[in-house]
Ligand binder design. Structure first.
Ligand SMILES: NC(=O)c1ccc[n+]([C@@H]2O[C@H](COP(=O)([O-])OP(=O)(O)OC[C@H]3O[C@@H](n4cnc5c(N)ncnc54)[C@H](OP(=O)(O)O)[C@@H]3O)[C@@H](O)[C@H]2O)c1
Length: 311
């Protein structure tokens, strides 16, 4: 039987994926969407933002591989076809890049970069109040591959770091909170909130009027997870009232962020175009080829997603 791999993302990126996968395993039968060939041939698919209903067309599909750490794009209705295993990417470069993004946003805020840039622009020689690192409480929502790495690195910079997860976690030097019951106490002790959660029905809109109000006045918000985590009007209102001092945002409800959206020109918002951590095909191709071999040989898959919780 033919065991073809369907690859689907932006056309230019697909060509790179094919090259990197074939470099590792020249025997792979790779089909670039929409040139699938007979639908019966497809045994696995590696995709990003592929229309989920299309995946129901391949009767022999057994494995879905997300082209990123997040899998919410695979769980949009109707979700992955029943019985198809879902795996995601866990990659050193992705993790390192995300921690850099978070540290940059934290330090830019903590070291009053906006304030000093404004002073420079005005030609004013003046010092701002000195920041107190050990008194600055960072709270990381999500303590998975990305959240745990960012937590560890921020703790190494001497910030007071806590994290919040679904199930209880223990990390050296990090105060941890879990579940619904842990959320408000976690927020109440957080001066800089960092969202590194997966987007699931349980985390959709989790940064909203209620949770923002639970932060101390003057808190800062960093979202590098998914736009769906933030209720944008609630964040704008909190910025307006001054309850939230500012925000660094990499992800948005609608991407690209529409022209004229208030975030584009908001003086308290720093934004990037979903670029905090970008998948590098060469770096992740080995784990894709490895999972395809595991599938062929009936061995347990790596980085498996729990389809019942959606991450
Ligand atoms: N902007 C970008 O460029 C970019 C790049 C890569 C990834 N991302 C985003 O980052 C997300 C996280 O990636 P990851 O690899 O760190 O994921 P992960 O390893 O699956 O970790 C997810 C963490 O979130 C926690 N969590 C999940 N549901 C929760 C809930 N309902 N309440 C509280 N905590 C919950 C999990 O709790 P447990 O520990 O109890 O399981 C876990 O600690 C991805 O899903 C993706 O959306 C963004």
């Amino acid at each position: 039987v033919t065991q073809a791999l369907l690859v689907s993302t932006k056309p230019a990126t697909m060509a790179v994926w094919r090259e990197e996968l074939l470099a590792l395993d020249p025997t792979l039968d790779i089909r670039l969407f929409p040139e699938t060939g007979p639908v019966e041939d497809i045994a696995a698919a590696v995709t990003w933002n592929h229309p989920p209903e299309d995946l129901y067309r391949y009767p022999n599909l057994r494995l879905l591989i997300s082209m990123g750490a997040g899998v919410d794009h695979l769980f949009r209705p109707p979700g992955p076809p029943p019985g198809v295993a879902v795996v995601r990417l866990v990659d050193r470069l992705l993790t390192t890049a995300m921690s850099e993004y978070v540290m940059l946003a934290v330090l830019r805020h903590h070291r009053q970069d906006a304030g000093y840039r404004a002073l420079q622009a005005a030609g004013v020689w003046e010092e701002l109040p000195a920041p107190d690192t050990e008194a600055t409480r960072i709270g990381i929502m999500g303590l998975g591959n990305l959240g745990a790495d960012a937590a560890r690195k921020l703790a190494a910079l001497d910030f007071r770091v806590a994290g919040w997860s679904r199930t209880a976690r223990a990390l050296p030097g990090i105060e941890t909170f879990a579940g619904e019951k842990g959320l408000l106490p976690f927020l109440a002790r957080t001066d800089i909130l960092v969202c590194l959660l997966p987007l699931t029905p349980a985390t959709e809109g989790i940064i909203n009027a209620r949770t923002l109000a639970a932060l101390p006045r003057g808190a800062y918000v960093i979202n590098a997870a998914r736009g769906g985590h933030v209720v944008e009007d609630d964040l704008l209102a909190a910025l307006e009232s001054g309850h939230v001092a500012g925000a660094t945002l990499d992800v948005f409800r609608t991407e690209p962020l529409p022209e004229g959206h208030r975030f584009w020109t908001h003086p308290k918002v720093i934004l990037t175009p979903h670029a905090a951590s970008i998948t590098i095909p060469r770096s992740v191709a080995p784990q894709v080829v490895d999972n395809l071999a595991r599938l062929r040989e009936g061995r347990p898959l790596a980085n498996v997603v729990d389809v019942t919780v959606g991450y």
